[in-house]
Write a protein that binds this ligand. Structure first.
Ligand code: CA
Length: 220
């Protein structure tokens, strides 16, 4: 799952980035309306965490323009403006949830899970392939009934494959989905993660991840 965090406070942005990353979300943190719009042109996100007071505008105007443009992904507003009117306005403009500052990380994570769950009513929550079960809500993985301990990046990588079973995935596409920005993408690092994932999941000697020379990988 990839989350866009729009927050101009360094302290809070870092806190959100770290907290969400530790829960296996891939996080792209931007600090302004302009950067948020750029990020959305570039990549698809599963949810957006949006601060309202931004240096180059108001998050509510940003949200309004996204919704007017047909953007449907869930948006969670984070704001120090916690009056009833502010909340109503945010929700009326198309926010899916509103969390007043200050908030606990635990609550934020619960709200994000709930957004993803609502999103998932039409999608599957547990993905299965070749004896592997990946639970999108609890972020847990089982292989032939046995729990598998994955790091958050390994989990994110596996999720990309489980969402695209049988498809040949180009390296750049995989990297783009599991790292926050193009600048972070190091394709050698992808091979390192692939070999870790293989060693944890291809335990019965069966090939699950096929290397497609010159292109990328395929879950078979
Ligand atoms: Ca702010």
């Amino acid at each position: 799952m990839k989350i866009l965090v729009v927050e101009d406070s360094d302290r809070l942005g870092r806190f959100l980035q770290q907290g969400l990353s530790e829960c296996s979300y891939t996080v792209n943190w931007v600090r302004s309306c302009a950067a948020a719009n750029d990020a959305l042109v570039d990549t698809n996100y599963d949810a957006i965490v949006l601060d309202l007071g931004l240096p180059d505008g108001d998050g509510l105007d940003l949200l309004k323009s996204w919704r007017a443009g047909g953007f449907k992904e869930p948006v969670l507003i984070l704001s120090a403006r916690d009056g009833v009117q502010d909340r109503v306005k945010g929700l009326d403009l198309g926010a899916d949830d509103y969390l007043p500052k200050p908030f606990s990380l635990e609550e934020l994570l619960a709200r994000v899970r709930s957004l993803v769950r609502r999103q998932s009513t039409t999608k599957q929550v547990v993905l299965e392939h070749a004896g592997i079960k990946l639970d999108l809500l609890s972020h847990t993985v089982q292989n032939n009934g046995q729990p598998v301990d994955l790091t958050s990046r390994e989990y994110a990588l596996l999720e990309v494959f489980m969402q695209n079973q049988g498809r040949i995935l180009p390296r750049t596409l995989i990297s783009e989905k599991i790292w926050a920005s193009h600048f972070d993408v190091d394709t050698n690092l992808l091979d390192v993660y692939m070999s870790r994932l293989r060693s944890k999941l291809e335990t019965s000697g069966k090939t699950i991840f096929k290397t497609v020379r010159g292109v990328g990988y395929q879950m078979v």
